[in-house]
Write a new protein. Structure first.
Length: 358
């Protein structure tokens, strides 16, 4: 037998936060009736989902019909979300992160893009063709999870599709930053990843880095290349392109870009000293991994099913600053030695055929 519907009327409220949802859950509510211009914070929405509580919003005809006490529909609810205090604060954070990326030389020209999932189906993102240094809050666009623009005067970035794939694949991802930091991108053009167990901060905040295969930027195919990696990696190298990071906030996603690029740069500097790298022991590395688990950060090495193939360190090349991606990091995209063999064979065949036909 189904639970009886029970509504809590919060239609007089301008904002619904976690505490309101906790109260509603304690009261056994199945619906929260909210005014169309009411802002529901992302964490409150998450909590509603966990407790099976639905929003009886005025913009939804069905919900309004089921909940006659809901207030009358107001115009352009998405526009209200775009102008809400929460959205204004996030737009400012996106602009400040954009300037940080530019000042660290992580974005060139109009390169790089930043987004934040502000609602279950709504994402704030940077516009196309703008330097990340010059952004102002009015430049930020609001789009839905299919990439349709809802609000904002500037057209959204074409690379938004990759951000949307990450939001769809990883419920914990609230913010995505894509950029072209020179040291990390140097790895992305070699098909190699940095080794692990060299610097603690990198282990905790980033850890194993995956590398996704090359595709033309801005396309749906490019956007989909990251899907096999993003559940277990908050930071992915994009072959011959740059990097992408996701986190709970825009600021944290930018931190991961900084941590990765500094790590890659430090390894390159160490290589010039001509002395072998010294590594953190596996035992001390396990302590770092435990710390990471407590912080709720993803890492392929935390997956027990993959623990065997994902060693903490990269033992096969103990002092290299650039190593082959581990099998656990590979979806279909990373070129395997079998792929290379077959590629070499087909090129050789084509050359022999061309020579033979002359
Ligand atoms: Zn790019």
């Amino acid at each position: 037998m189904k639970n009886e519907a029970k509504s809590i009327d919060l239609s007089s409220r301008k904002l619904i936060a976690v505490r309101d949802v906790q109260d509603a859950a304690r009261a056994g509510a199945t619906h929260i009736v909210a005014a169309a211009n009411c802002v529901v914070t992302p964490s409150a929405r998450d909590l509603m989902q966990q407790n099976g509580i639905e929003l009886a919003a005025c913009k939804c005809t069905a919900a309004a019909a089921a909940q006659p006490s809901a207030a009358a529909p107001a115009q352009a609810p998405d526009r209200r979300l775009y102008n809400s205090p929460e959205a204004e604060a996030i737009k400012k954070e996106i602009c400040s992160v954009g300037r940080k990326l530019w000042m660290r030389q992580f974005v060139d020209g109009n390169g790089g893009n930043i987004s934040f999932r502000i609602g279950p189906n709504e994402v704030l993102c940077t516009p196309t063709l703008m330097s990340k240094y010059d952004l102002t809050p009015e430049d930020i666009s609001l789009v839905d999870l299919e990439g349709n623009q809802i609000a904002g005067s500037r057209p959204r970035t074409s690379e938004l599709l990759m951000h949307l794939e990450i939001y769809k694949a990883v419920p914990e991802a609230k913010a995505v930053v894509h950029c072209h930091p020179p040291h990390a991108t140097a790895y992305a053009i070699t098909g190699r990843v940095p080794p692990n167990l060299v610097i603690p901060e990198f282990e905790v905040f980033v850890g194993k880095v995956a590398i996704s295969p090359y595709e033309t930027p801005g396309t749906k195919t490019f956007a989909e290349t990251v899907i096999p990696y993003v559940k277990q990696h908050n930071t992915v190298l994009l072959s011959n392109h740059g990097i992408v990071c996701w986190a709970d906030t825009v600021t944290h996603a930018e931190w991961y870009a900084e941590v990765l690029d500094t790590y890659c740069w430090t390894l390159m500097n160490a290589a010039q000293l001509g002395a072998p790298l010294s590594f953190i022991s596996e035992q001390k590395g396990a302590d770092l991994l435990n710390l990471k688990k407590k912080l709720g950060l993803p890492d392929a090495r935390l997956d027990p099913a993959r623990m065997k193939e994902c060693q903490l360190s990269d033992l096969e090349m103990p002092s290299a600053i650039a190593v082959e991606p581990a099998p656990c990091e590979g979806g279909s995209g990373v070129t395997s030695s079998a792929d290379v063999d077959s590629l070499v064979r087909s090129v050789t065949d084509a050359v022999m055929e061309a020579i033979g036909s002359k």
